[in-house]
Design a binder for this molecule. Structure first.
Ligand code: SF4
Length: 344
């Protein structure tokens, strides 16, 4: 599904050599900071020029859909926000998307997971190799996510392999802790595995509206169960506004959830979401993310081509190096811009 933009420009056959730039500048004047404009064109070859123009004018290229005869680029008006967590060394965190199917279909899922989504499993053998090589590369935190990882019969072995390499956090909707899955959970080392369970609101209404009827109650039960089993549990809320975030903070305070066990983040305009924060690659400090399809820049777009770095996972040292090179190129663009604007 294409991202909706405030302004749609049909550039036809225009290029930067034949009058596209004035159209872009005029359109920019009609959007406010943070709003999106889309450029459609019969000239897919102008993509690199569009990207360069965005960098030069400090607007963010959020999405590119380029086909043989028609292309559409979505541009967010305004510079990338200040980088969060920029102090963390690249490669300390490693994300693994173990699968893409899920027992839920949340209406803002950034990777379009659902019960009907193909599994696209990373698989135990690859996870074992990744974990072994990650340890050598100095990874200090592993995050296992999906889809819903607890749908996988081998998730216990996957988590055990990761936990040997580094402290591991499992992202889950917390709704599947019963039967053999509960046995699997009980066998995991409490000192190496943390559970991050999604809960979006203090009461069921908003959570259930986004994730499905009855899901809040089941997630809350899962949170209680995981804590009773002795796991460290982080609660992760996805919210649409500052007011919703504040609401949730009050709830967490009332339940004495420590600061380090809370994650509150805004909905990203990726995947199924039709509103949220538009994020371009330049906005995101890379957190190396591996899926069955390859290595991505960041977990928030782990199936989006603009965030794909390489389809080759192994050797892991080489895929880490590929992300390092891409990050260095991103920095080089920024420095070049600084020279252009500072030379007077
Ligand atoms: S947001 Fe999480 S729980 Fe919801 S569909 Fe996506 S992967 Fe599943």
């Amino acid at each position: 599904m294409a991202i909706k933009a405030t302004i749609e420009i049909d550039a036809g056959n225009k290029t930067f050599a034949t009058g596209l730039m004035p159209d872009l500048i005029a359109a920019l004047r009609r959007v406010r900071a943070g709003e999106l404009m889309a450029v459609s064109s019969n000239e897919p070859g102008i993509g690199p020029d569009i990207e360069a123009w965005c960098r030069f004018t400090r607007n963010a290229l959020v999405e590119s859909n380029v086909e043989a005869r028609r292309a559409r680029w979505v541009i967010r008006c305004g510079d990338a926000p200040a980088e969060r967590d920029a102090g963390r060394a690249l490669g300390q965190r490693l994300w693994l998307y173990t699968n893409f199917d899920c027992n839920l279909r949340c209406n803002y899922c950034c990777v379009r997971s659902s019960p009907r989504a193909p599994r696209r499993a990373l698989g135990l053998a690859r996870v074992r190799r990744i974990a072994a090589e990650a340890r050598e590369l100095g990874v200090t935190e592993i995050f296992v996510t999906g889809g819903e990882p607890f749908l996988l019969p081998e998730i216990g072995e996957i988590l055990a392999a990761c936990a040997i390499a580094a402290p591991t956090t499992l992202l889950t909707n917390g709704m599947l802790f019963s039967g053999r899955r509960l046995d699997m959970l009980r066998a995991l080392p409490r000192d190496r595995v943390t559970l991050q369970i999604s809960l979006d609101s203090p009461t069921p209404e908003r959570h259930d509206r986004n994730r499905g009827l009855g899901t809040w109650a089941r997630a809350w039960k899962g949170i209680g169960l995981a804590r009773a089993e002795g796991f460290r549990v982080r609660l992760a809320a996805t919210v649409a506004s500052d007011a919703e975030a504040e609401d949730f903070r009050i709830f967490l305070d009332a339940h004495q959830i420590a600061e380090e066990n809370r994650i509150i983040r805004r909905i990203a305009l990726r995947g199924f979401a039709d509103e949220g924060i538009a994020l371009a690659r330049a906005d995101l400090v890379p957190e190396i993310t591996i899926t069955a399809e390859g290595v991505y820049w960041h977990p928030v777009g782990a199936e989006d081509t603009d965030l794909l770095v390489t389809t080759e996972i192994f050797p892991l040292a080489e895929s880490f190096a590929a992300v390092q090179r891409a990050w260095a190129r991103e920095g080089e663009h920024q420095r070049r811009l600084a020279r252009i604007f500072n030379c007077a």
